[in-house]
Design a protein around this ligand. Structure first.
Ligand code: 3MF
Ligand code: MG
Ligand code: MG
Ligand code: MG
Length: 388
């Protein structure tokens, strides 16, 4: 059966199941739940942990006593359930002070305030055991480039991440950063819109080894890109520190749908990639229930995310064991594997380059060979549609 276990490492943000259904056109449709209630319910459903923005737990502007009271009660819920907090992050987008960004704001006081808020939120995350700290550049962007030079925005974001890496090192926290790209929404454009942009940016930091990615299915999809390929690039670079799972239709608003609800085939290849690659971090759902739902619908949503992941994981195992699929793959790969001539993987030498230049290829035969991907893909479809 597809009942999640703690060992599956499923996590949800407090803001995900806690989403009250406010949107640009309508008021909230659900009453807020306490973090403690969320922790207990998620634990009952088989989740492993819960993540939060500072203000999902401690309201903006709360006093120190209020903070400590809230943290104490939240810790008790964690202890009572065995739930963990693998990841924490900062809300640098809701309060009006961040209307023109946080670390990239054009106002030096706002940039300094963002640092202050983030260091306090890092302390909160560390206190609750978080080992991954996420940075999503919520309002780090623009509607017009008339005012701020985007080159300055890049430099400011770098200064902030470098500063905060030093803070974490100085405090001795066991914590890595995971940067989360998104192309747009809530800004017209957000800086560092894709996984590729972020990967390069990381290579320019003072402590690149401390910083990786938190890619999100919906975000690459909003940009019209293949999320599986983006995750592959992060994995190959050793930078998949965390992942946000949800679903999204290309070209729409930021939907944050239940995992695998819109693109089950792409979700299948994603789950297969994660499982085959040995990724052992949390499977975090950054999604929320439809606005049509009451609390019961929220838990149906949460169960659905985890259940679909486990079903797709089983399908990936079936793919790897299916004799017909594996036979067809072997047949397709045979010529490639039997090739004896020179190739790039031999490494470069002047002599080798001459061998490549002299090698005689049967261009006609190579061009005419069908790839059998139609047949293969249909087998995948039939596996997914449940008739294999
Ligand atoms: C927005 C997001 C964010 C980030 C979060 C950090 C509110 O589209 O995806 O969720 O994931 O801020 O994890
Ligand atoms: Mg998102
Ligand atoms: Mg979102
Ligand atoms: Mg996200």
């Amino acid at each position: 059966d597809y009942t999640p276990k703690k060992s599956d490492k499923f996590t949800f943000g407090l803001w995900t199941v806690g989403n009250i259904g406010r949107d640009p056109f309508g008021d909230p449709v659900r009453t807020p739940m306490t973090p403690e209630h969320i922790v207990h319910k998620l634990s009952e459903l088989g989740a492993y942990g819960v993540n939060f923005h500072d203000n999902d737990l401690v309201p903006f502007g709360a006093s120190a006593q209020e903070r400590d009271r809230i943290v104490k009660s939240f810790k008790k819920a964690l202890e009572d359930t065995g739930m963990v907090v693998p990841m924490a992050t900062t809300n640098l987008f809701t309060h009006p002070i961040f209307k023109d960004g946080a670390f990239t704001s054009s106002d030096a006081k706002v940039r300094a305030f963002a640092l202050q808020k983030t260091m306090q939120a890092i302390d909160l995350g560390a206190e609750l055991g978080a080992t991954t700290y996420v940075f999503w550049g919520g309002r780090e962007g623009s509607e017009t480039d008339a005012y701020r030079n985007p080159v300055d925005a890049i430099k400011r974001f770098r200064e902030a991440i470098n500063y905060l890496c030093d803070y974490v090192i100085d405090q001795g926290y066991n914590m890595r950063f995971a940067l989360e790209p998104k192309p747009n929404e809530p800004r017209g454009d957000i800086y560092f819109p894709t996984v590729g942009h972020m990967l390069h940016f990381i290579s320019t930091l003072d402590h690149p080894e401390m910083v990786g990615l938190n890619p999100e299915f919906a975000h690459e999809t909003m940009a019209g890109l293949n999320f599986v390929h983006a995750v592959a690039e992060a994995i190959e670079a050793g930078k998949l520190f965390h992942i946000d799972l949800n679903d999204q239709i290309i070209g729409r608003y930021d939907q944050d749908f239940r995992f695998a609800s819109e693109n089950p085939k792409r979700a299948f290849f994603l789950v297969k990639l994660l499982e085959d690659s040995g990724y052992d971090g949390p499977r975090h759902f950054d999604a929320h229930a439809y606005r049509t739902e009451d609390e019961e619908g929220v838990w149906a949503f949460a169960r659905g995310c985890m259940r679909s992941y486990l079903i797709l994981k089983e399908k990936a195992q079936k793919f790897n064991k299916d004799a017909e699929i594996q036979g067809l793959l072997a047949e397709i790969r045979a010529e490639d594997e039997n090739y004896q001539g020179p190739s790039a993987s031999d490494g470069y030498s002047r002599e080798h380059a001459q061998q490549v230049k002299d090698y005689k290829f049967d261009v006609t035969a190579l061009s005419q060979r069908g790839r059998k991907y139609e047949e293969l893909d249909q087998l995948v479809m039939e596996l997914l549609l449940g008739v294999r």
